[in-house]
Design a protein around this ligand. Sequence first.
Ligand SMILES: Nc1nc2c(ncn2[C@@H]2O[C@H](COP(=O)(O)OP(=O)(O)OP(=O)(O)O)[C@@H](O)[C@H]2O)c(=O)[nH]1
Ligand SMILES: [Mg+2]
Length: 222
Amino acid sequence: MPACPLTGGGWDEHFGLLSLPLRRVRREGAGRNQTCAPQPEEEEDEEPALEELEQREVLVLGLDGSGKSTFLRLLAGKPPLEGHIPTWGFNSVRLPTRNFKVDLLEIGGSQNLRFYWKEFVNEVDVLVFMVDSADRMRLPWARQELHKLLNKDPDLPVVVVANKQDLSEALSMVELQQELGLHVFDGQREMFLLAASIAPAGPGFEDPGTVHIWKLLLELLS
Ligand SMILES: Nc1nc2c(ncn2[C@@H]2O[C@H](COP(=O)(O)OP(=O)(O)OP(=O)(O)O)[C@@H](O)[C@H]2O)c(=O)[nH]1
Ligand SMILES: [Mg+2]
């Protein structure tokens, strides 16, 4: 059973999780406890129908090629695609859990679509910002886009996923924290930096990155 509520501050080596100091802000309607032990009376309840479940919204953004569509595919139980097929618009997945349904919305990361990102950021419960940890040249762009979004909604919980950690050129978590300028937000908001290799290119990487991200999302959405 995952720890609940979340605590923050420092490295969790097992999960590759660097959590920045937390200031938890629950969004309206996000009051139910999904991942803590269920209350006795809930155990006897029948499973609610999908349409009766409360809805939670997760926005998945990040530069093109960072791994957003791959993440949604893996969550939906599908294998990753071979190569990069850019998302020209939106892409979404709905995942029911015991107490609520989670809608994950990806907006493509190509330059002409980034303009639309800000239109959605105030409408969601959590932002997942996917970063290609090995794309050193474009990290300043990722940083700029991330900061624009964070400034648009100062209360929005954010999970920054440092994806593609399987690649030898990948920056370390400490380097990424620096390069993405996350220290600027220390203590101001609920923010996590999570190392992942959601679809490692070579063998020998059995990183259940997607599972860790999903568990964290469930805790944030509860
Ligand atoms: N090496 C490695 N490659 C990955 C990983 N995750 C995703 N990829 C690859 O990265 C490429 C781009 O992934 P997508 O999921 O299509 O990227 P996207 O963020 O949806 O891109 P846009 O839709 O263009 O914004 C694909 O070839 C994936 O297989 C990873 O953890 N490691
Ligand atoms: Mg995509």
